[in-house]
Design a protein. Structure first.
Length: 275
């Protein structure tokens, strides 16, 4: 039995390592695609399409692996929404039919998911941020489908999130400093990085074609900052007893990681005329 336990541990470790290597490889391919995209080099479209297709495969593999999970909403439903969104973006850049339908379904569903996240942490100051993103995603559907809506509603919700995000992270970092200095330090780092990432929202508003209409190196830098933010959030989530001791922060950081991942994915659609 001891041998079987050891074999199970080895197999699990190998599976985790293989999955991490796969994630790193797919992320690298996507970053190369963004580099080609913003530098207006040929091959950006196929490179991004390959990375998106690979992400779909990895998410489906994750869903299958977690099919017996005790948290089906988090481990099955949310990744499935990610599959729908990525397929919508892939169909969009390939000019295949039903792209807008897939993106619309995913945006509405993810808006509901972020509202649910805000409700789950409603007693914390952090709750306002997933709520604002939920509103922004819902209003972005109106922009994509060219439906009428209140003037500046989308821009207002997005700018509010960009302004409040570093402030809320700093405030929560100060509050946690006496009791959880390690978590506090990480929140300060995260807050500092979000100041730079927020500039992408301003680009999306003040530049009609998005960040790709600005200097290519600035666009690439913003993508790298978003990727760094995702990696920092992943590291914070691995802090010891974080889920048990700071449930609100744990749920919020999970939402924030998804937000930045969506932000990266949406850059695939920015100024795709030369893809």
């Amino acid at each position: 039995s001891i041998i079987n336990v050891k074999l199970a541990i080895v197999n699990q470790t190998s599976s985790i390592m293989l999955r991490n290597v796969s994630y790193a490889l797919v992320s690298s391919i996507m970053l190369i695609g963004f580099l080609f995209k913003f530098m207006h080099w040929p091959g950006a479209g196929p490179t991004l399409a390959v990375s998106l297709a690979a992400m779909v495969v990895l998410l489906i593999e994750y869903i299958i692996d977690k099919r017996k999970s005790k948290s089906p909403v988090q481990n099955i439903l949310y990744p499935l929404l990610g599959v729908v969104l990525i397929l919508g973006i892939l169909f969009k850049i390939m000019n295949w039919p039903t792209a807008n339908v897939l993106i619309s379904i995913s945006l509405v569903s993810m808006s509901v998911a972020f509202f649910a996240c805000a409700y789950n942490i409603r007693k914390s100051i952090l709750a306002i941020l997933p709520m604002l993103i939920g509103i922004s995603l819902f209003l972005s559907l109106f922009k994509i489908m060219h439906w009428p809506m209140l003037p500046y509603a989308f821009n207002t919700s997005l700018i509010s999130f960009s302004i409040l995000l570093p402030i809320v992270l700093f405030v929560r970092g100060i509050q946690l400093k006496p009791t959880a200095p390690d978590l506090s330090r990480h929140l300060f780092i995260l807050g500092g990085l979000t100041i730079f990432s927020s500039s992408s929202d301003y680009y999306n508003i003040f530049y009609p074609k998005g960040i790709a209409s600005a200097e290519p190196m600035a666009s690439i830098l913003l993508i790298l900052i978003l990727v760094i933010l995702i990696l920092v959030i992943k590291k914070i989530l691995q802090l010891e007893n974080l889920k048990e001791r700071f449930r609100n922060e744990y749920l919020f950081l999970q939402c924030l990681g998804v937000i930045f991942t969506i932000a990266v994915l949406f850059q695939v659609l920015v100024d795709k005329s030369y893809i």
